[in-house]
Design a binder for this molecule. Structure first.
Ligand SMILES: C[S@@+](CC[C@H](N)C(=O)[O-])C[C@H]1O[C@@H](n2cnc3c(N)ncnc32)[C@H](O)[C@@H]1O
Length: 324
């Protein structure tokens, strides 16, 4: 029987407790994205789970490709923390990408709401995306909160990630952390400096924190947490967006590090300058249980007192007439 360190509880006890405490439920509706894959719209957060351009496309371009999974062929082991599991796109795309590799996956997922997975597993369009093996793994996570075979050990802890992160085994360090929360304006709880520090602490040497967010506040917090912050490029030539996300690498040796490759590069001058504007003022949650409103208003007050340049000035200097 697996006992969660520091809690004396099994995964099932812990999940019973956390889901009981939060009893969280959102009103969700399906919509189809441009790559033909489906996603969900959340009425609580007033946001989409994925961009309109494609749910699966987003999980590949923003999470799986920048992970550069071939790097783990040597060690044959990979530890991943998937924050905001949702419908399981990032997880399933990861399993799919690893299917021909002899890499043992140790995976932990954190998610507050079981509904996205439950309703996705009843949706034929969603199910048609994945092999029977992947669907069986998802069913096992839905029913037992875990899955284990000779290639993978996967455990999902349900509840507010700000709390459940404290139940992860202290000794486990992650090679990859995927952070896929709703936007900082809608879900600031998971972009606060304190939570980002906890995530950064959980990275292994050369581990990567990967997120779709390119927000200056998030990047500045990751830098202060000691990560080397990179920008993720769009993979489509037609897409002229300046960035589709952020990758933070835990490494002290900046010198020997690649400055860029086909997926990411050092921040551009424009992006570095973004970090000198009030947009870079962090979200803060000193107690670990602040409400969304408290976090946003705390930051608005801090911004109003700041001498940093305004975000509109930064936009005028760098983005010209583009309406970002
Ligand atoms: C953008 S969706 C994630 C999409 C997901 N990665 C996928 O591949 O389908 C954001 C998710 O964050 C979850 N969430 C919101 N607040 C949370 C919290 N405090 N702790 C954990 N999960 C949370 C929502 O329930 C939702 O499933």
């Amino acid at each position: 029987m697996y006992l969660i360190p520091n809690s004396g509880m099994t995964l099932q006890d812990l999940n019973h407790r956390t889901t009981g405490v939060y009893n969280y439920s959102d009103t969700l509706s399906f919509f189809e994205t441009k790559d033909g894959t489906i996603s969900l719209r959340s009425s609580n957060f007033k946001e989409l789970f994925h961009s309109l351009s494609g749910a699966k496309k987003e999980s590949l371009e923003k999470y799986i490709y920048p992970s550069e999974l071939h790097r783990f062929k040597k060690t044959k082991r990979l530890a991943v923390l998937d924050v905001c599991f949702g419908m399981g796109y990032n997880f399933s795309s990861l399993i799919e990408a690893l299917r021909y590799e002899e890499i043992y996956l140790s995976w932990w997922g954190l998610e507050i709401d079981k509904t996205p997975l439950k309703i996705s597993l009843k949706n034929s369009k969603y199910k048609s995306l994945w092999t029977n093996n992947i669907l069986a793994i998802l069913e096992s996570i839905k029913n037992d909160n875990q899955f284990k075979n000779e290639y993978a050990d996967c455990k999902l802890v349900w509840g507010d990630a700000r709390k459940t992160i404290n139940f992860l085994p202290k000794n486990i360090k992650f090679d990859l952390i995927y952070l896929d929360a709703f936007s900082p304006q809608q879900c600031p709880e998971l972009w606060c400096e304190e939570f980002l520090n906890k995530l950064s602490d959980k990275l292994s040497k050369n581990g990567r924190l990967i997120t779709y967010s390119r927000a200056a506040a998030v990047r500045a917090s990751l830098k202060r947490a000691g990560l080397n912050v990179k920008t993720i490029f769009p993979q489509e030539r037609m897409n002229k967006d300046w960035s589709i996300g952020t990758l933070g690498i835990k490494s002290k040796e900046k010198k020997n590090q690649e400055a860029s490759n086909i997926f990411w590069s050092n921040l551009s001058k424009m992006e570095e300058d973004h970090l000198k504007s009030i947009a870079a003022i962090p979200y803060r949650d000193p107690t670990g249980d602040s409400s969304k409103l408290d976090i946003i208003s705390r930051r608005t007050i801090e911004q109003s007192k700041s001498n940093l340049k305004s975000t509109s000035l930064w936009k005028r200097q760098w983005l010209h007439t583009k309406d970002y």
